[in-house]
Write a protein that binds this ligand. Structure first.
Ligand code: SAH
Ligand code: SF4
Length: 418
């Protein structure tokens, strides 16, 4: 179903994204009693309605009144969907002001959760060692139709936190966009609502048919979540209201030190991943200029302030760039840096993109690097590249469509393009 028409005379006021007390203010301003706010929250976050008309627990008069006042549900719209041969889908999400970001749906995840001690990790590890577990099947749509994902046991959704990014990592396509604007909390969590609706996933008592659904979230799309900290944290609470626990969320930061310190104090927080990407400051400064502001040892000190749970590991992401950071001496340096920490490492083979002058690492170098970290006692995993043929893999989330986009379904022609 299409989203609410955007009122033209008044600025549209999205309801999705408002916290319970803010919804209460909205209904009280309209002279309604408080329980209307509870019904609104239920409709927005549990039933995942897309239009005011769908909120049938409210009277028709109240829905019309809300519309007259300029209120809309305000979910991002899937303006374009691209499907990879591996089942990954990449979406161009259009916000109410026309700005777009990308969101990725990965049935069966990408292997990134393994080894961090969480429930999501145990499931993922089991699926790697025991492919005999019967897969869930989404029977809600035929293969090839929107909403069809084939077989999957769980899924990971990769969400964006900003339109573009200001951090300027030299190997990342998103950096090429520059920074356009922050997303609101509603726009961050709204990406998940839009994807779950498309995939017909039911969480708890909410809408959809696909159940039981183990949905993991990674804040690893476009943008730096810790440079949009308040909206990011608010979105975590909205996502919990949608039935996704914070233990199934991972936020990745390039190393924004004040953000890490603030995160350490949160009573409710997702898992954390730090994009280390280099074994010393010299290399890191070259590929991630933000290192000049906060160097590796300052970042590691900041991580130590986080009161990790007993089984909790901090994830270090390490993008392997051929000849730059993927040699034996780099692996030795990583081992020294992480000695004594409850750390796990996700190695990510660099995904090439137009206009970025790095090289993919040699497969033999990846294998040696991986082995050296394991032998040094660090749980290490090499991330499965997902959706490379549709530019949905890490660091490839760069908007490909400008201006008003239509809803078009693009099925990847198959084959890996890069
Ligand atoms: N801004 C945050 C989260 C988004 S980037 C961060 O940087 O952590 C998510 C991950 O993708 C990061 O670990 C980043 O280092 C990695 N990445 C960026 N560009 C990449 C590329 N071209 N190939 C592989 N990984 C990449
Ligand atoms: Fe921004 Fe992360 Fe890309 Fe760096 S790797 S430019 S922080 S999105």
């Amino acid at each position: 179903m299409a989203n609410d028409p955007i009122p033209t005379e008044k600025q549209s006021l999205p309801l999705f994204g408002l916290a319970p007390d803010e919804l209460r203010d909205v209904v009280e301003d309209l002279g309604q009693s408080k329980y209307r706010a509870v019904q609104l929250a239920e409709a927005l976050y549990k039933q995942r309605v897309q239009t005011l008309d769908e909120i049938t627990t409210l009277t028709v008069e109240l829905r019309e009144r809300l519309a007259r006042e300029g209120y809309v549900v305000g979910l991002p719209e899937i303006a374009q969907a691209t499907r990879s041969i591996d089942g990954t889908e990449r979406y161009l999400m259009r916000m109410t002001d026309g700005e777009t970001v990308e969101t990725v749906w990965m049935p069966n995840g990408d292997g990134g959760e393994r080894g961090d001690g969480s429930e999501a990790a145990l499931e993922e590890e089991a699926s790697y060692s025991d492919e005999a577990e019967p897969a869930l099947r989404n029977n809600s749509a035929k293969d090839g139709a929107p909403g069809s994902v084939g077989e999957y046991k769980r899924a990971t959704i990769c969400i964006s936190s900003q339109v573009g990014c200001a951090v300027n990592c030299q190997f990342c396509l998103t950096a090429k966009l520059g920074m356009r604007r922050n997303l609101t909390a509603g726009e961050i969590a709204g990406q998940v609502s839009a994807v779950l609706n498309r995939q017909n996933v039911r969480i708890g008592s909410g809408r959809g048919v696909q159940t039981p659904s183990r949905i993991n979230l990674v804040f690893m799309g476009m943008g730096e979540p810790f440079l949009n900290y308040d909206a990011f944290m608010r979105s975590v609470h909205l996502l919990r209201a949608m039935g996704i626990p914070e233990s199934r969320m991972t936020v990745s930061t390039s190393g924004i030190l004040p953000g890490i310190l603030q995160f350490a104090k949160e009573p409710i927080r997702p898992k954390l991943a730090l994009s280390l990407n280099a074994s010393n400051d010299e290399v890191r400064e070259q590929i991630m200029p933000v290192t000049r502001k906060w160097n590796i040892s300052a970042l590691l000190d900041a991580l130590r302030t986080i009161p990790f749970g007993k089984r909790e590991y901090v994830t270090f992401e390490y993008v392997l760039l051929g000849g730059v950071n993927d040699q034996r001496q780099h692996a030795r340096e990583v081992l020294k840096l992480l000695a004594g920490m409850k750390a796990k490492v996700n190695l990510i083979v660099w995904n090439p993109g137009p206009g970025i002058e790095f090289h993919e690492p040699a497969p033999a170098d990846v294998a040696v690097f991986h082995r050296m970290l394991i032998d040094g006692g660090i749980p290490t995993f090499t991330r499965r590249p997902r959706g490379r043929d549709i530019y949905a893999a890490c660091g490839q989330l760069k908007r490909t469509v400008d201006g008003p986009a239509e809803l078009v379904e693009i099925t990847s022609p198959g084959g890996v393009r890069n």
